[in-house]
Design a protein around this ligand. Structure first.
Ligand code: ZN
Length: 249
């Protein structure tokens, strides 16, 4: 926990030393990185040695741990400006998140992460556009992140609009059309409208699963990293009523 966020020396040194130790232990299995982070200073900037010591599974666990803090209303309150200065020369985040633009699903808040921890792409309906894939190719292949999370959410306006075939304007219609394959792939029980809550939530999950599949199907760079065990791509759904994120199996 962040016991003294303004102490710029000892806690960060402790965290770096721990992560260096974790890196020395083959696989890090014998010593839980997340357990170590809980004992060290979660507010310390996530620097290159920490990134190198983190496995894809551990990156996902860090996000799960952060969401548990958020959902328990126990988010950290760190020295964000200090973290920005510490990562100004070089950023080494551990994960990428593709999320909706929804005002309630901000990844850094939902996963309780700090400056320099995440690459974030946001577009209505959390769609894996060419620009998003290109961004994540950079974030993983060049900048070394270990995990990608596609974060859908409950009560998604983009999904509702697509289900209702909303026709607001050419650009928005094009965006909503990109969710149509998820609608077509989701078994329909009851009416096809945004009033059918179960259907809307089911489409949101299908949409996330299709986005995860599209990451490797449409990006040889990401596919190669996954095949090599250097990257993990997972889907997740965020409940805007409870604040809890459920990772999809
Ligand atoms: Zn949304």
């Amino acid at each position: 926990m962040c016991t003294d966020c303004n102490d710029t020396n000892a806690p960060r040194a402790d965290r770096r030393q721990f992560l260096g130790l974790a890196a020395m232990l083959a696989g890090g299995a014998a010593l839980s990185l997340t357990a170590g982070r809980a004992l060290a200073d979660e507010c310390a900037p996530f620097l290159a040695d920490a990134q190198a010591a983190t496995t894809p599974d551990q990156a996902i666990q860090l996000l799960a741990d952060g969401n548990a803090r958020f959902a328990a209303n126990a988010s950290l309150h760190c020295d964000l400006l200090g973290e920005m200065k510490a990562t100004a020369e070089k950023q080494t985040p551990f994960a990428c998140v593709l999320a909706c633009i929804d005002s309630r699903s901000a990844p850094e808040l939902v996963f309780d992460q700090q400056i320099g921890d995440l690459f974030v792409a946001r577009v209505a309906g959390n769609l894996p556009t060419t620009e998003v894939l290109g961004s994540f190719e950079y974030a993983t292949k060049v900048a070394g992140t270990k995990a990608i999370v596609v974060l859908g959410h409950s009560h998604c306006g983009a999904v509702k609009g697509a289900v209702d075939k909303a026709d607001v304007g050419a650009n928005l219609t094009t965006l909503l059309d990109a969710i149509e394959p998820a609608i077509a792939a989701t078994p329909l029980t009851g009416e096809r409208s945004s009033k059918n809550h179960e259907f809307v939530e089911a489409v949101a999950e299908t949409n996330v699963r299709m986005a995860v599949a599209a990451m490797t199907a449409n990006s040889p760079v990401l596919a190669d990293l996954v095949a090599a065990g250097a990257l993990k791509i997972v889907g997740a759904l965020y409940d805007i009523e409870t604040g809890k994120v459920s990772f999809l199996a």
